[in-house]
Design a protein around this ligand. Structure first.
Ligand code: NAP
Ligand code: FE
Length: 366
């Protein structure tokens, strides 16, 4: 056995964890940039909880609320200019993965004055402002990962970066912020969380420790999965799914993701399918492809989910997500080419992945 494990993020999980740990949040710095999307930070109640603490502790803050779904390099560069001009000394990302990922990019750009936004992806920086993550979706687990996934129009795909400096210093994880999430977003984000746990479980970089997190997360997803499909979630399910999301983040922070994520970016870029749903639509064929090389783990995962076969599980996902879009031959060619940009995901998948296998996967999904 040989492995390393560790994340520098200190996690506070549970109802009212921000108010209960106000001193921790306030001690991070003296002036914050709060990074959010347009509505959800307010709608979820998370923004009010954060600003109440900052105001009570006499900390200054500016709010940047322009983060779009699938944040672009242009938007984070704009926010970083403001962060520098305002001389903020920490960044608080509130929202789904999009604002939390964006806050990581802003924290790096603000701390490295002369850096071009595209240099983020070289992972060559050595400092970032301290980052705090407050998730309002139970999905990405970005509050516990170093990764930031940004949209690059010049490359027609999403590209990620992340180093030890882009882990949030604190994560405040309170499932009550997800109560305002509607059916479609709840399902898509929860499926993202599941795919992190499952892909991390299968990943070539998985370890005995990440596996123990993964089996806990997969079992927890199985507990709420059928209620999720019908959108009949109570507070305990919401908390359970938030735990899956957090564990999923911790898992992929160690293992990385695999080719399902690498492929999903094409659905998101070209078809506008939300990130989690995009991965979920690929799961049936992804599981079947990997079954010959990862039979024991896939059988164990199915048993933890309470399912007897890959198709039984994939049918539950289909009940949640519908069917994958029909692709033309030209689309399959293009998606096959673009999927190969995701070299790390390819190398991390247990089944050998090359251009032919990717094309075969896209062809079998359509
Ligand atoms: P998101 O893109 O952050 O948000 C999706 C939508 O849900 C937005 O319209 C958002 O509204 C809304 N929303 C968020 N929380 C809400 C709430 N509590 N109530 C009502 N609406 C709410 O979604 P996400 O799935 O969490 O994040 C996806 C992004 O994370 C993708 O870019 C993906 O590539 C990335 N990702 C990152 C990692 C990582 O490790 N860092 C892992 C997986 C995925 P607002 O716009 O108003 O906020
Ligand atoms: Fe993801």
């Amino acid at each position: 056995m040989e492995f390393s494990f560790g994340i520098p993020t200190k996690i506070y999980f549970g109802k009212d964890c921000i108010a209960k740990n106000a001193g921790v949040l306030a001690a991070v710095g003296s002036k914050a940039m709060i990074v959010t999307g347009k509505h959800s930070a307010k709608a979820s109640g998370a923004l009010d909880d954060v600003t109440a603490v900052l105001e009570a502790e006499k900390k200054e803050y500016v709010i940047f609320d322009e983060i779009e779904n699938n944040p672009s390099v242009e938007t984070v560069a704009k926010a970083a200019d403001i962060a520098r001009a305002e001389k903020v000394d920490f960044v608080i990302g509130i929202g789904g993965g999009s604002p939390i990922d964006a806050s990581k990019a802003i924290a790096v750009l603000a701390a490295n004055t002369d850096m071009a936004v595209t240099d983020l992806f070289k992972n060559a920086f050595t400092k970032a402002l301290p980052i705090v993550g407050v998730p309002t979706t139970a999905g990405t687990g970005s509050e516990a990962t170093p990764y930031s996934v940004l949209l690059r129009k010049d490359m027609q795909t999403k590209v990620s970066f992340g180093t030890k400096d882009t882990y949030p210093v604190y994560a405040f994880v309170d499932a009550k912020y997800t109560y305002s999430l509607g059916k479609g977003s709840t399902i898509s984000t929860a499926v993202d969380a599941f795919t992190h746990a499952f892909e991390g479980y299968l990943a070539n970089r998985s370890t005995v420790i990440s596996d123990s997190f993964a089996t806990t997360a997969i079992k927890a997803f199985g507990k709420s999965m059928r209620k999720l499909a019908k959108f009949e979630l109570d507070e305990a399910d919401r908390e359970n799914l938030m735990l899956v999301s957090l564990l999923g983040g911790i898992i992929i922070s160690q293992t990385g993701v695999t080719i399902a994520h690498g492929m999903g970016y094409c659905y998101t870029y070209f078809k506008g399918i939300p990130h989690g749903a995009a991965n979920g639509l690929i799961m049936r064929e992804y599981m079947k492809l990997n079954y010959d090389v990862a039979k024991d783990k896939i059988d164990n995962a199915l048993s933890l989910l309470g399912c007897e076969s890959i198709d039984e599980f994939a049918d539950i996902l289909a009940e949640m997500l519908g069917q994958p879009p029909k692709l033309t031959d030209e689309e399959i060619e293009l998606y096959t080419k673009l999927t190969q940009i995701q070299k790390g995901s390819m190398a991390n998948t247990p089944h050998k992945i090359d251009a032919e296998v990717i094309k075969g996967l896209w062809s079998s999904i359509r």
